[in-house]
Write a protein of this length. Structure first.
Length: 94
């Protein structure tokens, strides 16, 4: 099986406009959820992702662009610099 190529940060932020439906993993490789929406600023630049998390994607969390570690367009996957535990803690405080 060929090795996947991840584009490490810093990458072109406009690439994030295409990540709806991508799988999201926390570091080191823990599943978090699926990108549901890309939040953009007034200039159309991505600032955050809304990720559907948990069983059946019933809970949403926000991942700031600065927290994205790398992206693999060929596998439609991205990894964030946060742990799954920190993301889960955020979900429980809402």
């Amino acid at each position: 099986m060929p090795r996947l190529t991840f584009l490490a940060s810093p990458f072109d932020p406009l690439l994030l406009l295409e990540v709806e439906g991508y799988l999201v993993d926390a570091m080191p490789d823990e599943p978090v959820g699926v990108v549901d929406e890309v939040i953009v600023d007034d200039d159309g630049r991505p600032v955050a992702l809304v990720v559907a998390c948990g069983w059946f994607g019933r809970r949403d969390c926000r991942i700031d662009v600065e927290d994205i570690h790398d992206i693999c367009p060929e596998s439609r996957r991205l990894r964030v610099r946060r742990t799954a535990r920190s993301i889960a803690a955020e979900l429980h405080h809402r």
